[in-house]
Write a new protein. Structure first.
Length: 426
């Protein structure tokens, strides 16, 4: 593939839904309005007021709600919950937390478990672990304590704080709050992240002793730990137990976990067979499973699997994202299938609204590693013409490629023109 270079162009001109949210969200219906001080009205206007205050940053969101009620207007809790979700999507955690604080202060009796969980999650994001611990200690009802416990435990897991997580798990066990598989799964994720695989079987034993139902994630984490500790046979025993559990539906993620265990053991044929079975269990609701399997097929150097799953992914009724294109391009470059990578890159370019330099960087890196310096240069000029802004990875690829091909003048020029602009581009 050859990209057209503009005449006289100057190079120097120019980088996660927790399960508990779903579980807790079942505790209330978003279709049922819960009015405060009477019937609900005027939510759209309230939304405008909140967004205006959030944008200006002059007054706290709480003042908008207080003024709204003082004017004799009605507030719907479910409408506020919608506002909170929208604010969180915009990463405006502070204003979202203010709304929940107001809800809890003014109408505590109408707070749902979902509200307490989100309140705790936002506290972690906005103020950190210590404040989240204080909030947990301030709660009194079993419902609120149970709802707020999982986000705090997740915080310990994210921080890799094994000692704190284990102590907190003991505490919620004594309080009778660990009644679902989710806190136990968090502990197993922690042990996996810290390579303490030997502790996972004891978590499973505790779940069985306490008659806590294992879910798909429980089995996947247990299977993965057994693969690390004892090898394939131990993992297969867990998989067979999972198959015999009528309360669990074995899906693509479990088969992908098993395939990864086979791959680590060097059992490529078994890994491919597991992935092919996983393909049959994918629904067409979202792209994530397809691109997870594409990555696994690429790691097995199975080009047919990569192509097959890529084509199957197009059945999903939603746009393929830049992240999805990056996944397929990375896999094809890794397999050395540059021709197909070029074709898919052109496909991405034809429909992208904003030029994401990270996508072209993948093809750029493939060219340089293959010694196709002219193609890399052509692509680089092409991306600049399209409005792409080089980031630090772009310059790193170019400089390394030119150094490798002994074109030191170009490497030095790139360093001079690129490095001062990195702060602007990143």
């Amino acid at each position: 593939m050859q990209f057209n270079v503009p005449v006289g162009f100057n190079l120097s001109r120019f980088h996660s839904s927790w399960t508990w949210r779903f579980v807790l969200s079942q505790s209330y219906s978003t279709n049922k309005a819960t009015p405060i001080n009477g019937s609900y009205s005027g939510g759209g206007d309230l939304k405008k007021r909140i967004l205006k205050v959030v944008s200006s940053g002059v007054n706290p969101t709480r003042s908008v709600l207080e003024n709204w009620v003082d004017e004799g207007r009605r507030v719907c809790l479910n409408e506020l919950r919608v506002f909170i979700r929208q604010l969180m999507k915009r990463r405006r955690f502070g204003p979202a937390l203010e709304i929940l604080n107001w809800m809890e202060t003014q109408h505590c009796s109408q707070m749902s478990p979902y509200d307490y969980a989100r309140r705790q999650e936002l506290t972690v994001k906005e103020h950190g672990r210590i404040e989240a611990e204080r909030y947990f200690e301030s709660l009194t009802s079993t419902v609120s304590l149970k709802a707020a416990s999982l986000p705090l435990l997740h915080c310990y897991v994210e921080e890799r704080s094994t000692e704190k997580a284990e102590a907190f798990m003991l505490k919620i066990n004594k309080l009778g709050l660990a009644l679902s598989p989710h806190p136990f799964n968090e502990m197993m994720k922690l042990y996996k992240a810290t390579s303490q695989y030997q502790k996972v079987p004891s978590v499973i034993l505790q779940m069985k002793q306490n008659r806590i139902t294992l879910n798909v994630l429980s089995y996947n984490l247990w299977m993965d730990a057994c693969g690390e500790l004892s090898g394939v046979e131990s993992a297969e025993m867990v998989y067979k137990e999972m198959l015999s559990n009528q309360n669990v539906e074995v899906g693509w993620s479990s088969l992908a976990t098993l395939a990864n265990i086979y791959k680590k053991a060097g059992l490529t044929d078994k890994a491919v067979l597991a992935l092919k079975t996983a393909e049959k269990k994918i629904s067409n609701s979202n792209h994530h499973p397809y691109f997870f399997l594409i990555t696994q097929y690429a790691s097995l150097k199975n080009k047919d699997g990569v192509h097959r799953v890529w084509e199957a992914s197009k059945a999903v009724n939603s746009p393929i994202t830049c992240a999805n294109y990056m996944c397929i391009l990375s896999s094809l470059v890794k397999l050395g299938d540059m021709r197909e990578a070029e074709r898919i890159f052109v496909e991405w370019e034809s429909q992208c609204r904003t030029y994401d330099i990270r996508v072209s960087n993948i093809l750029l890196g493939g060219y340089m590693r293959n010694g196709s310096v002219e193609k890399a240069e052509s692509l680089h000029y092409h991306t600049l013409e399209k409005g792409g802004f080089p980031n630090s990875k772009t310059w790193e690829i170019l400089v390394e490629g030119w150094i490798r091909s002994r074109q030191m003048d170009k490497a030095i020029d790139a360093l001079k023109s690129g490095l001062p602009a990195l702060k602007h581009y990143e």
